[in-house]
Write a protein that binds this ligand. Structure first.
Ligand SMILES: *Cc1c(COP(=O)(O)O)cnc(C)c1O
Length: 425
């Protein structure tokens, strides 16, 4: 829809004035560059700090000072059930029922814990199918899980490459590959959005295809949670995990999340158990036999890390107030504007910028990945010097992500101006 956009400051400011979410920008702390907020397009890597985070954290520090151990029950926000504060918000964000989600650990830890339960190679059904170049941590997790089961990861872990000359995968090809692997396939585990290309996968179709051949289907939603509209429950996804610090703005290394579909809650699954997964009515009887909670909470190991969770609460509060529907509506328009502005810069400068993220809005979230043929790292450094915070991945991909919660149309316009200056300079 390029004809609905204009590459001008007046147009961008008019879009911002009409944006129902515009007030949320003031809820965040922006790093400064030469006295002005940077153009922060790396919310896909580390989201900005919500202004409410400091007070939320201080509340818990103060309650610790005031109550000591009694804070587990007497704090303003009691620590004992602290993880329960997230069930409703996380359920809305990932399209789940409250009992299907839990805030715990870090992302890779959760991926491992869930694979212990859901990657069960047996006989000839041993393979894991993933996209080519998943995030390195996921590759290490897949390979080490296969090796843990005594398998050779080179055979057990199958990754899918795009067709020659293409950067992203076609859904039809993914389905075909799943059917080809058939009863050799134990697990299909894709990203919700690939971190490098920004491609959003068709989770519904992939899940159905995986289930048709008898495989389990999980997703790493690091780049999808808080970015896309998700429907994990309705789409019958078996399990999923995500981190709290990208689109969810909960701070570096903050608490992550996990989803387990309710049809698995009462199944006898192998797991690495810990006391926080034990039936909470009986937890303090300290019985030696593990009795799992009939919910995603059964996968918890340890008591809640309240300080990182305090920030997570402040961050998720903003998602509750904005709502994923409104965020996604703005996001499609904002990312569309970025694609339009990049296109205008290409026309003005005749430099071959190639956006490798799909042009179809249903196949992408907030991120565009750009290859600047013949430019590369120098271009990225020049943008940084102009107050643009983007992200560079060797050998040649620049990732930019306008985040609907705090980025503006004016940010996108200013980015276009900076890009044009750098390419002409
Ligand atoms: C960011 C990211 C990670 C990082 O893992 P942590 O355990 O949070 O350090 C892993 N996988 C994917 C797909 C990611 O995007």
């Amino acid at each position: 829809m390029p004809d609905t956009y204009e590459n001008s400051l007046a147009f961008a400011q008019q879009q911002d004035a009409a944006d129902p979410l515009r007030a949320f920008r003031d809820e965040f702390l922006f790093p400064q560059h030469e006295g002005k907020p940077v153009i922060y397009f790396t919310g896909n890597s580390l989201g900005l700090q919500p202004k409410g985070a400091a007070a939320a954290l201080k509340q818990e520090l103060d309650d610790w000072a005031r109550h000591g151990v009694e804070g587990h029950f007497n704090a303003k926000n009691p620590w004992y059930p602290y993880h329960e504060f997230f069930s409703e918000s996380l359920a809305r964000i990932v399209g789940a029922r409250p009992g299907e989600v839990v805030a715990m650990n870090g992302l890779t830890t959760n991926l491992h814990l869930l694979m212990v339960s859901f990657y069960r190679p047996s006989g000839t059904r041993v393979k894991i199918l993933c996209e080519e170049r998943p995030f390195p941590s996921d590759t290490y997790a897949f390979n080490s899980q296969a090796a843990f089961h005594g398998l050779d990861p080179k055979n057990a872990v199958v990754s899918m490459k795009p067709r020659a000359g293409e950067h992203t995968l076609r859904t039809d090809d993914i389905v075909e590959r799943i059917e080809e692997l058939g009863d050799e396939l134990a697990l299909v585990c894709f990203g919700g959005v690939n971190f490098l290309t920004g491609q959003a996968f068709d989770m519904k179709t992939i899940t159905e295809a995986g289930h048709r051949v008898g495989a389990v289907v999980g997703f790493d939603l690091a780049h999808a949670a808080g970015n896309l509209k998700l429907a994990l429950h309705d789409q019958n996804v078996d399990f999923a995990c995500w981190c709290g610090y990208k689109y969810l703005n909960s701070g570096p290394g903050s608490v992550a999340g996990a989803f387990v579909h309710e049809r698995h809650h009462r199944a006898q699954l192998p797991r690495f158990a810990g006391w926080w997964g034990h039936d909470k009515q009986e937890r303090f009887l300290m019985e030696p036999v593990f009795k799992p909670m009939p919910s995603a909470e059964a996968w918890q190991l340890s008591n809640a890390p309240v300080f990182s969770m305090a920030v997570h609460r402040a961050a998720l509060d903003l998602f509750d107030r904005a709502g994923m529907d409104a965020l996604r509506t703005k996001s499609e328009r904002l990312t569309g504007y970025l694609a339009f502005v990049i296109d205008e810069v290409v026309k003005a400068t005749a430099v071959g910028l190639e956006v490798i993220t799909p042009a179809d809005p249903t196949q992408r979230g907030a991120q565009l990945s750009i290859i600047a043929h013949g430019k590369g790292r120098g271009l990225f450094d020049a943008l940084t010097a102009r107050g643009v915070v983007a992200d560079w991945r060797e050998p040649n991909v620049m990732r930019v992500a306008p985040v609907p919660l705090y980025n503006s149309f004016e940010d996108v316009w200013r980015f276009g101006q900076a890009l044009e200056e750098c390419l002409q300079g």
